[in-house]
Write a protein that binds this ligand. Sequence first.
Ligand code: GDP
Ligand code: MG
Length: 257
Amino acid sequence: MSQAGAGRSLKREDAAVMAEQVMAGEIRAVARVITWLEDQQPLGPAVIQQLLLPARRAMVIGITGYPGTGKSTVIDHLITAYRRLGHRVGVLAIDITSPVTGGALLGDRIRMQHHADDPNVYIRSMATRGQQGGLARATRGALQVLEAAAYDVILIETVGVGQNEIDIMQMAHTVVALVAPGLGDDIQAMKAGLLEVADIVVVNKADREGADAAIRDLREWCPHVIRTVAVKGDGIAELIAAIAEHERLKDLAQMPS
Ligand SMILES: Nc1nc2c(ncn2[C@@H]2O[C@H](COP(=O)(O)OP(=O)(O)O)[C@@H](O)[C@H]2O)c(=O)[nH]1
Ligand SMILES: [Mg+2]
């Protein structure tokens, strides 16, 4: 590990050494740089400046939705599926409202615990520190760090509530919005916000009453609606396929004609 500690004044060489370690995929360096970004220490951006992105860019997938809709459970299954495909997976779980939902991150950790021993999976919770917009900035940096560390798939989980989340979701190539039956008015509210940036809508907890009505309602409005029962892993293969298809179309759209 480099000597570039938080307490010392920044040396250009320190940032370069850390950048090398990040690009070598060293988890400790990755974690440390993300902490610097969260804490808004100048070392963070200094390392970012020295990072080179790999030729094959990561697939960045945003997963958003209200608390309790099942985002972390879905992500747990997505990690398993992408690992089976041989991908290295990074997860950024963003908690905008950490002082209030202190327990949510713990819950996320438990739900994604299966992957704790897999060196090819890196799961990181990020919380708000300091001023408005700080977390979105730190998230953008963390994304660059994970890309430089050559993760193939990067999943970003946000709690769908406001502008901050929309800003973060716009960093993703494919945005998946989760809803659960019984949210009622919340789904209407989401249509004006997060569903607007969504490429794919997932109706999770389809084992519950009201799922079919929610799916019918949403299909009038978004062509890609998928039904999942995340606790059983149902619908995850369909979700993976829909994400792949969206990525493919997006790549085609970006190809020079
Ligand atoms: N019945 C049912 N419960 C689910 C399903 N998916 C997740 N849950 C449960 O819903 C709760 C919240 O899930 P979590 O993944 O933490 O939601 P998050 O807050 O959106 O990340 C947990 O108790 C899960 O076990 C599902 O498809 N059906
Ligand atoms: Mg969660």
